[in-house]
Design a protein around this ligand. Sequence first.
Ligand code: AMP
Length: 356
Amino acid sequence: MKKTKPLAPGSTIGILGGGQLGRMMAMAAAQMGYRCITYSPEKEIVAADVCADTFQNAWDDRAAMAAFAQNCDVVTWEFENVPVDAISQLGDLLAPHPRALETAQDRLNEKRFVEGLGGRAAPYAPVDNRADLASAVERIGAPGILKTRGDGYDGKGQWRIRSAHEVDGVSLPAGPAIYEGLVEFDAEFSVILARGRGGEIVFWDSTHNIHEDGMLARSVLPAPAIVAAQVDEARDLSRQVADALGYVGVLTLEFFATAQGPVFNEMAPRVHNSGHWTIEGAVTSQFQNHVRAILGLPLGDTRTVAPAMVMHNIVGKDAKTAHASLSDPATQLHLYGKARALDGRKMGHTTTLKFD
Ligand code: AMP
């Protein structure tokens, strides 16, 4: 991005993707007097409820993308699988720089990149065919997980392999894949940081992230001692990743806390589900600091405001009874406005701050 002065209130932020992350980002932007417009090919664009305008077009519709760009002072994304080729025409409007997308969209690149900066990952091998898988399982051992290299989210595009005998029976994904050894971990946590245009970095507290069926179920503070003991090392690595990418905005790195120290799992070059608690639980939320960073504004204080907190995801048809959570006055309910409560679909979340 080329701007040196902060963008003035009333400026327009373009958001690529139209899901709940964009919706919460637009709400944070509106608070500070900025307007947002979205671009997404999806049928259901829940960010549109809180945005000034919506472009519902294919990623490769160059004319529509140009018209969108005409209306934007800066463009960011809330969806990490935006095709990088399709947005190259946005040039200097983009923040963060799309090299972050390129790195994170391929699990193999991402691991090599982070290892190159001194990070530790689970043992892995690229898998393009069954012979690759057989030799990967032989070298790394089983159990392990076969994952698509791109397009995965919430545990989708992943297959557990319990023993070498399963290699012949597993149906391989259509595209390139990666086989990872199963990490024995004590806890999962993420480092969420915001990096401003001048390279300044702030971190939020790292929650204990509890996954069910490959999807985040809860984020909890305070995190267990093993997480607290490994956060500094994980932050050092995350800072290096952000600096190496010349990153501007919120960046998330997910880790396993193990007996050998923090093991890098994956990164998301965007605001993250494990940071939703920051809306009520931190002085400045991840959404507001992302917006501040891309606009060139000073970053806000990230300190946690309560001694304890739990964020619960609301998934699938649980959304229908989610209002019952309001019987606890300390609970804040967020529903994302999705019409169809399909199984495994993130519909909302609650955040409960605990002061005693
Ligand atoms: P991912 O989409 O790669 O973040 O995977 C989703 C979840 O699956 C993670 O948060 C872990 O709970 C689990 N998982 C993924 N990869 C591994 C691994 N190599 N070892 C152990 N658990 C894993």
